[in-house]
Design a protein around this ligand. Structure first.
Ligand code: AMP
Length: 527
Protein backbone atom coordinates (compact mmCIF):
# COMPACT_ATOMS: atom_id res chain seq x y z
CA UNK A 1 0.00 0.00 0.00
CA UNK A 2 1.39 3.38 -0.91
CA UNK A 3 1.55 6.13 1.68
CA UNK A 4 -1.10 8.19 -0.13
CA UNK A 5 -3.54 5.32 0.15
CA UNK A 6 -2.46 4.68 3.71
CA UNK A 7 -4.62 7.35 5.30
CA UNK A 8 -7.67 7.16 3.11
CA UNK A 9 -10.92 7.49 5.00
CA UNK A 10 -12.96 5.94 6.32
CA UNK A 11 -10.37 3.74 7.95
CA UNK A 12 -11.30 0.48 9.55
CA UNK A 13 -8.86 -1.17 11.89
CA UNK A 14 -8.83 -4.80 12.97
CA UNK A 15 -6.69 -6.80 15.37
CA UNK A 16 -5.20 -10.09 14.17
CA UNK A 17 -3.85 -12.88 16.34
CA UNK A 18 -1.63 -14.66 13.81
CA UNK A 19 -1.26 -17.98 15.59
CA UNK A 20 0.79 -21.09 14.89
CA UNK A 21 -2.24 -23.36 14.68
CA UNK A 22 -5.17 -20.93 14.69
CA UNK A 23 -5.59 -17.28 13.79
CA UNK A 24 -8.31 -14.88 14.84
CA UNK A 25 -9.53 -11.40 13.91
CA UNK A 26 -11.47 -8.84 15.94
CA UNK A 27 -12.69 -5.26 15.62
CA UNK A 28 -14.22 -2.49 17.67
CA UNK A 29 -17.92 -2.01 16.95
CA UNK A 30 -19.78 1.29 16.61
CA UNK A 31 -20.32 1.39 20.40
CA UNK A 32 -16.65 0.93 21.16
CA UNK A 33 -16.98 -2.74 22.15
CA UNK A 34 -14.32 -5.25 21.05
CA UNK A 35 -15.93 -8.06 19.02
CA UNK A 36 -14.64 -11.18 17.29
CA UNK A 37 -15.27 -11.41 13.54
CA UNK A 38 -16.32 -14.89 12.38
CA UNK A 39 -14.86 -16.25 9.15
CA UNK A 40 -16.89 -17.24 6.06
CA UNK A 41 -17.41 -20.67 7.65
CA UNK A 42 -18.94 -18.96 10.73
CA UNK A 43 -16.00 -19.97 12.95
CA UNK A 44 -14.49 -17.54 15.45
CA UNK A 45 -10.99 -18.90 14.91
CA UNK A 46 -9.43 -20.03 11.62
CA UNK A 47 -6.86 -22.85 11.37
CA UNK A 48 -3.55 -21.37 10.14
CA UNK A 49 -3.37 -23.99 7.42
CA UNK A 50 -3.07 -23.35 3.67
CA UNK A 51 -3.98 -25.76 0.87
CA UNK A 52 -2.59 -24.83 -2.54
CA UNK A 53 -4.96 -25.80 -5.30
CA UNK A 54 -3.81 -24.41 -8.66
CA UNK A 55 -3.95 -20.62 -8.44
CA UNK A 56 -6.12 -20.86 -5.33
CA UNK A 57 -4.99 -20.83 -1.73
CA UNK A 58 -7.61 -22.35 0.53
CA UNK A 59 -7.07 -21.26 4.12
CA UNK A 60 -8.68 -22.68 7.26
CA UNK A 61 -10.76 -25.69 8.18
CA UNK A 62 -11.18 -26.96 4.62
CA UNK A 63 -7.41 -26.92 4.14
CA UNK A 64 -6.94 -28.73 7.44
CA UNK A 65 -9.51 -31.37 6.51
CA UNK A 66 -7.61 -32.03 3.29
CA UNK A 67 -4.29 -32.41 5.04
CA UNK A 68 -4.47 -36.21 4.93
CA UNK A 69 -5.70 -36.55 1.34
CA UNK A 70 -3.21 -34.05 -0.12
CA UNK A 71 -0.40 -33.53 2.40
CA UNK A 72 2.02 -32.31 -0.31
CA UNK A 73 -0.23 -29.32 -1.04
CA UNK A 74 -0.50 -28.26 2.61
CA UNK A 75 1.45 -25.70 4.64
CA UNK A 76 1.04 -25.34 8.39
CA UNK A 77 3.05 -24.11 11.41
CA UNK A 78 4.37 -21.20 9.32
CA UNK A 79 4.75 -19.06 12.43
CA UNK A 80 7.66 -21.21 13.55
CA UNK A 81 9.52 -20.18 10.39
CA UNK A 82 8.92 -16.42 10.60
CA UNK A 83 12.07 -14.33 10.38
CA UNK A 84 13.94 -16.88 8.27
CA UNK A 85 15.23 -15.83 4.87
CA UNK A 86 13.95 -17.60 1.75
CA UNK A 87 17.21 -19.56 1.70
CA UNK A 88 16.52 -20.89 5.21
CA UNK A 89 12.83 -21.64 4.68
CA UNK A 90 10.54 -21.71 1.69
CA UNK A 91 7.80 -23.82 0.16
CA UNK A 92 7.20 -24.28 -3.54
CA UNK A 93 3.80 -24.66 -5.17
CA UNK A 94 3.02 -24.49 -8.87
CA UNK A 95 6.53 -23.23 -9.62
CA UNK A 96 6.31 -20.31 -7.20
CA UNK A 97 8.53 -20.12 -4.14
CA UNK A 98 6.91 -18.71 -1.02
CA UNK A 99 8.66 -17.26 2.02
CA UNK A 100 7.21 -17.54 5.52
CA UNK A 101 5.90 -13.97 5.38
CA UNK A 102 4.22 -14.58 2.01
CA UNK A 103 2.50 -17.66 3.36
CA UNK A 104 1.40 -15.73 6.46
CA UNK A 105 0.14 -12.97 4.15
CA UNK A 106 -2.24 -15.49 2.56
CA UNK A 107 -3.63 -16.38 6.00
CA UNK A 108 -4.08 -12.67 6.77
CA UNK A 109 -5.80 -12.17 3.40
CA UNK A 110 -8.32 -14.86 4.25
CA UNK A 111 -9.08 -13.15 7.58
CA UNK A 112 -9.28 -9.72 5.91
CA UNK A 113 -11.53 -10.89 3.03
CA UNK A 114 -13.93 -12.66 5.38
CA UNK A 115 -13.97 -9.68 7.76
CA UNK A 116 -14.83 -7.30 4.90
CA UNK A 117 -17.72 -9.52 3.87
CA UNK A 118 -18.96 -9.77 7.45
CA UNK A 119 -18.59 -6.07 8.27
CA UNK A 120 -19.70 -4.81 4.87
CA UNK A 121 -16.81 -2.36 4.67
CA UNK A 122 -13.18 -2.32 3.61
CA UNK A 123 -10.54 -3.14 6.22
CA UNK A 124 -7.58 -0.77 5.87
CA UNK A 125 -5.49 -1.00 9.02
CA UNK A 126 -4.34 -3.75 11.32
CA UNK A 127 -2.51 -4.47 14.53
CA UNK A 128 -0.91 -7.93 14.46
CA UNK A 129 0.30 -9.77 17.53
CA UNK A 130 3.53 -11.71 18.04
CA UNK A 131 4.96 -13.61 21.01
CA UNK A 132 6.74 -11.15 23.31
CA UNK A 133 10.12 -12.81 22.83
CA UNK A 134 9.98 -12.61 19.01
CA UNK A 135 13.19 -11.00 17.85
CA UNK A 136 13.73 -8.26 15.36
CA UNK A 137 13.65 -10.46 12.26
CA UNK A 138 10.53 -12.31 13.40
CA UNK A 139 8.69 -9.04 14.10
CA UNK A 140 9.72 -7.60 10.75
CA UNK A 141 8.52 -10.70 8.92
CA UNK A 142 5.15 -10.33 10.67
CA UNK A 143 4.95 -6.65 9.74
CA UNK A 144 5.72 -7.54 6.12
CA UNK A 145 3.12 -10.30 6.13
CA UNK A 146 0.48 -7.69 6.99
CA UNK A 147 1.74 -5.33 4.29
CA UNK A 148 1.86 -8.13 1.73
CA UNK A 149 -1.81 -8.77 2.51
CA UNK A 150 -2.49 -5.17 1.46
CA UNK A 151 -2.93 -3.71 4.94
CA UNK A 152 -1.47 -0.71 6.69
CA UNK A 153 0.17 -2.27 9.75
CA UNK A 154 -0.28 0.23 12.57
CA UNK A 155 1.70 -1.83 15.03
CA UNK A 156 3.07 -5.28 15.74
CA UNK A 157 2.38 -5.84 19.43
CA UNK A 158 3.09 -8.53 21.96
CA UNK A 159 0.43 -11.19 22.44
CA UNK A 160 0.44 -10.98 26.28
CA UNK A 161 0.09 -7.21 26.12
CA UNK A 162 -2.94 -7.70 23.88
CA UNK A 163 -4.38 -10.31 26.24
CA UNK A 164 -3.85 -7.99 29.22
CA UNK A 165 -5.54 -5.14 27.34
CA UNK A 166 -8.59 -7.30 26.61
CA UNK A 167 -8.70 -8.43 30.23
CA UNK A 168 -7.93 -5.08 31.82
CA UNK A 169 -10.01 -2.71 29.74
CA UNK A 170 -12.83 -2.57 32.29
CA UNK A 171 -10.51 -2.88 35.32
CA UNK A 172 -8.17 0.00 34.74
CA UNK A 173 -9.15 1.56 38.04
CA UNK A 174 -8.23 -1.57 40.05
CA UNK A 175 -4.48 -1.62 40.43
CA UNK A 176 -3.22 -5.15 39.96
CA UNK A 177 -0.38 -7.32 38.70
CA UNK A 178 -1.30 -9.94 36.14
CA UNK A 179 0.69 -12.97 35.08
CA UNK A 180 -0.11 -13.88 31.47
CA UNK A 181 0.50 -17.57 30.70
CA UNK A 182 0.12 -18.09 26.95
CA UNK A 183 0.55 -21.63 25.69
CA UNK A 184 -0.54 -21.93 22.09
CA UNK A 185 -0.16 -24.50 19.35
CA UNK A 186 3.50 -23.82 18.75
CA UNK A 187 4.75 -21.17 21.14
CA UNK A 188 4.93 -20.46 24.85
CA UNK A 189 5.05 -16.98 26.31
CA UNK A 190 4.87 -15.70 29.89
CA UNK A 191 4.60 -12.04 30.73
CA UNK A 192 3.98 -10.02 33.85
CA UNK A 193 1.81 -6.95 33.38
CA UNK A 194 0.92 -4.17 35.82
CA UNK A 195 -2.45 -2.44 35.50
CA UNK A 196 -2.30 0.84 37.41
CA UNK A 197 -3.90 4.27 37.07
CA UNK A 198 -5.29 3.72 33.55
CA UNK A 199 -1.92 2.47 32.42
CA UNK A 200 -1.04 -1.09 31.34
CA UNK A 201 2.64 -1.72 31.73
CA UNK A 202 4.72 -4.75 30.87
CA UNK A 203 7.13 -5.67 33.66
CA UNK A 204 8.91 -8.79 32.41
CA UNK A 205 8.61 -11.42 29.72
CA UNK A 206 10.12 -14.74 28.72
CA UNK A 207 9.22 -17.73 26.60
CA UNK A 208 10.15 -20.53 24.27
CA UNK A 209 9.06 -20.25 20.69
CA UNK A 210 9.46 -23.90 19.98
CA UNK A 211 7.25 -25.14 22.80
CA UNK A 212 3.53 -25.54 22.32
CA UNK A 213 0.60 -27.86 21.73
CA UNK A 214 2.43 -29.51 18.84
CA UNK A 215 4.93 -30.99 21.30
CA UNK A 216 2.08 -32.65 23.22
CA UNK A 217 0.65 -33.91 19.89
CA UNK A 218 4.06 -35.30 18.97
CA UNK A 219 4.14 -37.34 22.19
CA UNK A 220 1.03 -39.20 21.03
CA UNK A 221 2.24 -39.41 17.41
CA UNK A 222 5.54 -40.99 18.44
CA UNK A 223 3.86 -43.25 20.99
CA UNK A 224 1.47 -44.71 18.38
CA UNK A 225 4.28 -44.95 15.82
CA UNK A 226 6.47 -46.88 18.28
CA UNK A 227 3.58 -49.23 19.00
CA UNK A 228 3.02 -49.71 15.26
CA UNK A 229 6.70 -50.43 14.73
CA UNK A 230 6.75 -52.87 17.66
CA UNK A 231 3.76 -54.79 16.30
CA UNK A 232 4.41 -54.62 12.55
CA UNK A 233 8.09 -53.69 12.15
CA UNK A 234 7.25 -50.61 10.12
CA UNK A 235 7.37 -46.85 10.80
CA UNK A 236 4.10 -45.17 9.74
CA UNK A 237 5.70 -41.73 10.02
CA UNK A 238 7.84 -42.24 6.94
CA UNK A 239 4.79 -41.83 4.71
CA UNK A 240 3.57 -38.22 4.54
CA UNK A 241 -0.10 -39.14 4.21
CA UNK A 242 0.06 -41.58 7.08
CA UNK A 243 1.92 -39.02 9.20
CA UNK A 244 -0.76 -36.36 8.57
CA UNK A 245 -3.48 -38.87 9.37
CA UNK A 246 -1.81 -39.88 12.62
CA UNK A 247 -1.11 -36.28 13.50
CA UNK A 248 -4.81 -35.38 13.16
CA UNK A 249 -5.81 -38.36 15.27
CA UNK A 250 -3.23 -37.45 17.93
CA UNK A 251 -4.56 -33.90 18.07
CA UNK A 252 -8.08 -35.17 18.54
CA UNK A 253 -6.97 -37.63 21.23
CA UNK A 254 -5.14 -34.86 23.10
CA UNK A 255 -8.23 -32.65 23.08
CA UNK A 256 -10.42 -35.56 24.20
CA UNK A 257 -8.09 -36.20 27.13
CA UNK A 258 -8.89 -32.69 28.38
CA UNK A 259 -12.38 -33.87 29.27
CA UNK A 260 -12.02 -37.68 29.60
CA UNK A 261 -9.76 -39.99 31.54
CA UNK A 262 -8.96 -42.21 28.55
CA UNK A 263 -9.23 -42.43 24.79
CA UNK A 264 -8.27 -44.71 21.93
CA UNK A 265 -6.20 -44.05 18.82
CA UNK A 266 -6.49 -46.41 15.87
CA UNK A 267 -3.91 -46.09 13.12
CA UNK A 268 -3.93 -47.99 9.83
CA UNK A 269 -1.03 -48.06 7.41
CA UNK A 270 -0.17 -50.37 4.52
CA UNK A 271 -3.13 -52.62 5.29
CA UNK A 272 -2.20 -53.10 8.95
CA UNK A 273 -3.35 -51.31 12.04
CA UNK A 274 -2.78 -50.72 15.75
CA UNK A 275 -5.19 -49.72 18.47
CA UNK A 276 -3.69 -47.85 21.39
CA UNK A 277 -5.57 -47.11 24.60
CA UNK A 278 -4.26 -43.91 26.13
CA UNK A 279 -5.05 -42.97 29.70
CA UNK A 280 -4.77 -39.45 30.95
CA UNK A 281 -2.40 -40.58 33.68
CA UNK A 282 0.04 -42.19 31.25
CA UNK A 283 -0.21 -39.27 28.80
CA UNK A 284 0.55 -36.77 31.56
CA UNK A 285 3.53 -38.87 32.63
CA UNK A 286 4.95 -38.83 29.10
CA UNK A 287 4.43 -35.07 28.84
CA UNK A 288 5.85 -34.18 32.25
CA UNK A 289 9.09 -32.84 30.76
CA UNK A 290 7.07 -30.34 28.69
CA UNK A 291 5.21 -29.05 31.75
CA UNK A 292 8.52 -28.84 33.61
CA UNK A 293 9.87 -26.61 30.83
CA UNK A 294 6.84 -24.31 31.20
CA UNK A 295 7.30 -24.22 34.96
CA UNK A 296 10.98 -23.29 34.72
CA UNK A 297 10.22 -20.42 32.34
CA UNK A 298 7.53 -19.13 34.77
CA UNK A 299 10.07 -19.19 37.61
CA UNK A 300 12.70 -17.40 35.52
CA UNK A 301 10.34 -14.58 34.56
CA UNK A 302 9.33 -14.09 38.21
CA UNK A 303 13.00 -13.82 39.13
CA UNK A 304 13.59 -11.35 36.30
CA UNK A 305 10.70 -9.22 37.56
CA UNK A 306 11.93 -9.51 41.16
CA UNK A 307 8.47 -10.67 42.29
CA UNK A 308 7.08 -13.50 44.38
CA UNK A 309 3.80 -15.29 43.70
CA UNK A 310 1.82 -13.57 46.50
CA UNK A 311 2.50 -10.30 44.65
CA UNK A 312 0.57 -11.57 41.61
CA UNK A 313 -3.17 -10.80 41.72
CA UNK A 314 -4.42 -12.77 38.72
CA UNK A 315 -3.29 -15.40 36.24
CA UNK A 316 -4.47 -14.81 32.71
CA UNK A 317 -4.62 -18.02 30.67
CA UNK A 318 -4.44 -17.65 26.92
CA UNK A 319 -3.67 -20.05 24.09
CA UNK A 320 -5.69 -23.20 23.39
CA UNK A 321 -3.37 -25.44 25.41
CA UNK A 322 -4.42 -23.78 28.66
CA UNK A 323 -7.69 -25.70 28.29
CA UNK A 324 -5.73 -28.81 29.24
CA UNK A 325 -6.39 -29.68 32.92
CA UNK A 326 -2.79 -30.74 33.62
CA UNK A 327 -1.55 -27.33 32.46
CA UNK A 328 -4.02 -25.56 34.74
CA UNK A 329 -3.12 -27.84 37.65
CA UNK A 330 0.57 -27.12 37.22
CA UNK A 331 -0.09 -23.37 37.30
CA UNK A 332 -2.33 -23.62 40.36
CA UNK A 333 0.23 -25.72 42.22
CA UNK A 334 3.05 -23.39 41.25
CA UNK A 335 1.37 -20.07 41.90
CA UNK A 336 -1.67 -20.56 44.15
CA UNK A 337 -3.08 -17.46 42.43
CA UNK A 338 -6.65 -17.37 41.03
CA UNK A 339 -7.08 -17.43 37.25
CA UNK A 340 -9.19 -14.79 35.52
CA UNK A 341 -12.20 -16.83 34.46
CA UNK A 342 -14.06 -14.62 31.99
CA UNK A 343 -11.29 -14.48 29.40
CA UNK A 344 -11.56 -16.76 26.38
CA UNK A 345 -8.10 -18.27 25.76
CA UNK A 346 -8.70 -18.27 22.00
CA UNK A 347 -10.03 -14.75 21.68
CA UNK A 348 -8.33 -12.45 24.20
CA UNK A 349 -5.29 -11.76 22.00
CA UNK A 350 -7.24 -10.75 18.88
CA UNK A 351 -9.61 -8.61 20.97
CA UNK A 352 -6.66 -6.87 22.62
CA UNK A 353 -5.05 -6.26 19.22
CA UNK A 354 -8.27 -4.61 18.05
CA UNK A 355 -8.21 -2.38 21.16
CA UNK A 356 -4.61 -1.40 20.44
CA UNK A 357 -5.64 -0.70 16.85
CA UNK A 358 -8.41 1.70 17.82
CA UNK A 359 -6.09 3.36 20.34
CA UNK A 360 -3.68 3.85 17.43
CA UNK A 361 -6.33 5.47 15.23
CA UNK A 362 -7.59 7.65 18.10
CA UNK A 363 -4.11 8.92 18.88
CA UNK A 364 -3.48 9.63 15.16
CA UNK A 365 -6.72 11.65 15.17
CA UNK A 366 -5.45 13.60 18.17
CA UNK A 367 -2.15 14.31 16.47
CA UNK A 368 -3.91 15.41 13.26
CA UNK A 369 -6.37 17.52 15.32
CA UNK A 370 -9.30 16.04 13.39
CA UNK A 371 -11.73 13.64 15.05
CA UNK A 372 -13.67 11.27 12.80
CA UNK A 373 -14.39 8.25 15.01
CA UNK A 374 -17.66 8.37 16.99
CA UNK A 375 -17.40 9.85 20.48
CA UNK A 376 -18.95 6.65 21.92
CA UNK A 377 -15.87 4.83 20.70
CA UNK A 378 -13.45 7.41 22.10
CA UNK A 379 -15.20 7.32 25.48
CA UNK A 380 -14.59 3.58 25.84
CA UNK A 381 -10.84 4.06 25.55
CA UNK A 382 -10.39 7.26 27.50
CA UNK A 383 -9.63 7.80 31.15
CA UNK A 384 -11.73 10.06 33.40
CA UNK A 385 -9.62 13.06 32.44
CA UNK A 386 -10.19 12.41 28.74
CA UNK A 387 -6.73 11.13 27.82
CA UNK A 388 -6.36 7.79 26.04
CA UNK A 389 -5.48 4.61 27.95
CA UNK A 390 -1.74 4.14 28.00
CA UNK A 391 0.09 0.93 27.19
CA UNK A 392 3.82 0.51 27.76
CA UNK A 393 5.84 -2.41 26.48
CA UNK A 394 9.35 -3.40 27.40
CA UNK A 395 12.19 -4.62 25.22
CA UNK A 396 12.53 -8.38 25.25
CA UNK A 397 16.08 -8.57 23.91
CA UNK A 398 19.21 -6.59 24.73
CA UNK A 399 20.55 -4.30 22.01
CA UNK A 400 24.28 -3.91 22.09
CA UNK A 401 27.34 -2.66 20.27
CA UNK A 402 30.45 -4.67 19.42
CA UNK A 403 33.57 -3.15 21.04
CA UNK A 404 37.23 -4.03 21.30
CA UNK A 405 38.64 -5.21 24.64
CA UNK A 406 42.31 -4.19 24.75
CA UNK A 407 43.16 -6.25 27.82
CA UNK A 408 41.69 -9.50 26.50
CA UNK A 409 42.57 -8.70 22.89
CA UNK A 410 39.12 -9.67 21.66
CA UNK A 411 35.77 -8.22 20.70
CA UNK A 412 32.88 -8.13 23.13
CA UNK A 413 29.30 -6.84 23.22
CA UNK A 414 28.50 -3.80 25.30
CA UNK A 415 24.76 -3.61 26.13
CA UNK A 416 23.24 -0.26 25.13
CA UNK A 417 19.54 -0.94 25.77
CA UNK A 418 19.03 -3.76 28.23
CA UNK A 419 16.31 -6.37 28.00
CA UNK A 420 13.22 -5.26 29.99
CA UNK A 421 13.68 -1.52 29.36
CA UNK A 422 10.39 0.38 28.97
CA UNK A 423 9.78 1.63 25.42
CA UNK A 424 10.35 4.13 23.94
CA UNK A 425 13.92 4.14 25.19
CA UNK A 426 17.03 6.14 24.48
CA UNK A 427 20.56 5.42 25.71
CA UNK A 428 23.72 7.45 25.13
CA UNK A 429 27.30 6.39 25.74
CA UNK A 430 30.74 7.60 24.83
CA UNK A 431 33.43 5.20 23.60
CA UNK A 432 37.10 5.61 22.73
CA UNK A 433 38.50 4.67 19.32
CA UNK A 434 40.26 1.30 19.43
CA UNK A 435 43.42 2.47 17.63
CA UNK A 436 45.28 5.65 16.74
CA UNK A 437 44.54 7.26 13.36
CA UNK A 438 41.31 5.34 12.68
CA UNK A 439 39.68 6.49 9.45
CA UNK A 440 36.18 5.42 10.42
CA UNK A 441 34.27 4.58 13.57
CA UNK A 442 32.16 1.57 12.66
CA UNK A 443 29.34 0.72 15.03
CA UNK A 444 28.14 -2.88 14.74
CA UNK A 445 24.66 -3.19 16.24
CA UNK A 446 23.68 -6.59 17.64
CA UNK A 447 20.74 -8.14 19.46
CA UNK A 448 21.10 -10.79 22.17
CA UNK A 449 21.99 -11.49 25.77
CA UNK A 450 25.56 -12.73 25.28
CA UNK A 451 28.74 -10.67 25.51
CA UNK A 452 30.25 -12.79 22.74
CA UNK A 453 29.54 -11.14 19.34
CA UNK A 454 29.15 -14.43 17.46
CA UNK A 455 26.40 -15.49 19.89
CA UNK A 456 24.30 -12.38 19.11
CA UNK A 457 22.29 -11.54 16.01
CA UNK A 458 23.80 -8.77 13.87
CA UNK A 459 21.24 -6.06 13.13
CA UNK A 460 23.20 -3.51 11.16
CA UNK A 461 26.03 -1.04 10.95
CA UNK A 462 26.33 2.71 11.47
CA UNK A 463 29.65 4.29 10.57
CA UNK A 464 31.18 7.72 10.51
CA UNK A 465 34.33 9.15 8.95
CA UNK A 466 36.80 10.47 11.51
CA UNK A 467 39.21 13.39 11.14
CA UNK A 468 42.83 12.30 10.50
CA UNK A 469 45.50 11.68 13.17
CA UNK A 470 43.20 11.07 16.14
CA UNK A 471 44.94 9.35 19.04
CA UNK A 472 43.72 6.00 20.34
CA UNK A 473 40.79 6.43 22.76
CA UNK A 474 39.36 9.52 21.01
CA UNK A 475 35.72 9.86 22.07
CA UNK A 476 32.86 8.82 19.82
CA UNK A 477 29.34 9.35 21.12
CA UNK A 478 26.77 6.69 20.45
CA UNK A 479 22.99 6.94 20.89
CA UNK A 480 20.47 4.09 20.55
CA UNK A 481 16.90 5.23 20.24
CA UNK A 482 14.18 2.59 20.28
CA UNK A 483 10.61 3.62 19.48
CA UNK A 484 7.30 2.03 20.50
CA UNK A 485 7.23 -0.07 17.35
CA UNK A 486 10.63 -1.46 18.26
CA UNK A 487 12.35 0.41 15.44
CA UNK A 488 15.90 1.25 16.32
CA UNK A 489 17.74 4.38 15.30
CA UNK A 490 21.48 4.56 15.90
CA UNK A 491 23.28 7.89 15.96
CA UNK A 492 27.07 8.26 15.96
CA UNK A 493 28.52 11.67 16.82
CA UNK A 494 32.20 12.63 16.66
CA UNK A 495 34.03 15.86 16.02
CA UNK A 496 31.02 17.74 14.68
CA UNK A 497 30.07 14.93 12.32
CA UNK A 498 26.97 12.83 12.74
CA UNK A 499 25.46 9.76 11.12
CA UNK A 500 21.97 8.51 11.85
CA UNK A 501 20.90 5.07 10.71
CA UNK A 502 17.48 3.54 10.97
CA UNK A 503 18.51 -0.04 11.51
CA UNK A 504 17.16 -1.87 8.49
CA UNK A 505 16.12 -5.14 9.94
CA UNK A 506 17.77 -8.32 8.95
CA UNK A 507 15.33 -10.10 6.70
CA UNK A 508 13.71 -6.81 5.75
CA UNK A 509 12.32 -6.52 2.27
CA UNK A 510 12.65 -3.11 0.69
CA UNK A 511 9.49 -1.06 0.04
CA UNK A 512 9.81 -1.84 -3.68
CA UNK A 513 10.15 -5.56 -3.01
CA UNK A 514 7.05 -5.47 -0.82
CA UNK A 515 5.04 -3.75 -3.53
CA UNK A 516 6.19 -6.31 -6.12
CA UNK A 517 5.52 -9.27 -3.85
CA UNK A 518 2.10 -7.84 -2.92
CA UNK A 519 1.15 -7.56 -6.59
CA UNK A 520 2.45 -11.08 -7.18
CA UNK A 521 0.39 -12.49 -4.32
CA UNK A 522 -2.70 -10.74 -5.68
CA UNK A 523 -2.64 -13.26 -8.55
CA UNK A 524 -3.56 -15.93 -6.05
CA UNK A 525 -7.18 -16.27 -5.07
CA UNK A 526 -7.51 -16.78 -1.35
CA UNK A 527 -10.57 -18.69 -0.18
P1 AMP B 1 -3.62 -21.51 19.87
O1 AMP B 1 -2.36 -21.46 19.06
O2 AMP B 1 -3.66 -20.58 20.99
O3 AMP B 1 -4.85 -21.47 19.03
O4 AMP B 1 -3.63 -22.95 20.57
C1 AMP B 1 -3.97 -24.08 19.88
C2 AMP B 1 -3.45 -25.29 20.62
O5 AMP B 1 -4.30 -25.57 21.72
C3 AMP B 1 -3.43 -26.53 19.75
O6 AMP B 1 -2.28 -27.31 20.04
C4 AMP B 1 -4.68 -27.24 20.18
O7 AMP B 1 -4.61 -28.64 19.96
C5 AMP B 1 -4.71 -26.92 21.67
N1 AMP B 1 -6.04 -27.04 22.25
C6 AMP B 1 -7.16 -26.36 21.94
N2 AMP B 1 -8.19 -26.78 22.69
C7 AMP B 1 -7.71 -27.76 23.49
C8 AMP B 1 -8.28 -28.60 24.50
N3 AMP B 1 -9.56 -28.53 24.83
N4 AMP B 1 -7.46 -29.48 25.12
C9 AMP B 1 -6.16 -29.59 24.80
N5 AMP B 1 -5.57 -28.83 23.86
C10 AMP B 1 -6.32 -27.93 23.22
Amino acid sequence: MTSSEKFKTPRKVVGIDLGTTFSAIAHIDAYGKPQMIPNAESERITPSVILFDGQNAIVGTMAKQNSVAEPEKIVDFVKREMGKSKAQFHREFNGKIYSAEELSALIIRKLKNDAEKYLGEAVTDVVITVPAYFNDAERTATLHAGQLAGLNVLQVINEPTAAALAYGLDKLDCNQTVFVFDLGGGTFDVTIMRIENDHIRMLASNGDHRLGGKDWDDVIVNWVAEEFDAQHGENPLLDLQSYQDLYNRALMAKTQLSSRSRTTVVQSFNGRSVKLDITNVEFEKRCRHLLEKCKTICEIVMQEAGLTWPQIDRILLTGGMTRMPSVREMITQLTDVPAADHVSPDEAVALGAAIQGILGLLSEEDKAGKRVLPSEVRDQFSTDNGSLIKVTNITTHTLGVVLWDDAKVEEYVFPMILKMTAMPAEMKNSFGTAKANMKNAIVRVVEGESTVPSECTPLGICDIELPPFLPKGSPVELTYSYNENQLLEVIVDAYGRQNRVQIARNTGLSEGEIEMATADLQLITVM
